[in-house]
Design a protein around this ligand. Structure first.
Ligand SMILES: [Fe+2]
Ligand SMILES: [Fe+2]
Length: 165
């Protein structure tokens, strides 16, 4: 799995705590984590489309459709980080999300687990939008576009398995 240009924490280790949100480093840390979550989602959905045959074809098609959206989310964050002069590799990130997804033995388990992660990411995004609304509207707009599209991603778990956050 190639996660360049990110610097990955040693296996089983947590990523360093983000710096306070009201510092430039704190915003960079949160954007880096968000970008890395998108990166892991891209890999995870591609992997799941190959790995699982125990779910309806419709869900496999839906997962495949999410990949370009996750790629877009990743690029939106990375482009904005570049504008702000933030580095993706400045601090290590944790691969725990990908590791926990890779452990899934059924398509259902994968669907529910990634939907849970996407919902947590969406909630974190909503908090960032609130926080940045007046301070940094351009970055808030990036998170807004992402959280809006993530609603449909999380929805797949309800559509196919009746799960709601
Ligand atoms: Fe996303
Ligand atoms: Fe997503």
């Amino acid at each position: 799995m190639n996660f360049e240009p990110f610097v990955i924490c040693p296996p089983g280790e947590k990523s360093p705590k983000p710096r306070p949100v009201d510092t430039p480093g704190g915003l960079a840390d949160r954007m880096r984590s968000a970008a890395f979550a998108e990166k892991q989602a891209i890999h995870a959905f591609s992997w799941a489309c190959e790995r699982f045959r125990d779910v309806p074809q419709g869900l496999l098609d839906d997962w495949a459709r999410l990949i370009p959206e996750e790629e877009k989310h990743y690029q939106l964050i990375v482009d904005r980080m570049e504008e702000l002069g933030f580095s993706l590799s400045e601090r290590p990130v944790s691969m725990r999300l990908w590791e926990s997804l890779e452990e899934c033995e059924t398509g259902r388990e994968f669907c529910l687990r990634i939907a849970g992660a996407e919902e947590r990411g969406r909630q974190a995004g909503l908090l960032m939008i609130k926080y940045l609304a007046h301070k940094d509207p351009a970055t808030a707009a990036v998170f807004q576009e992402i959280v809006t599209e993530e609603v449909a991603h999380v929805q797949l778990a309800e559509t196919y398995f009746g799960w709601t956050p």
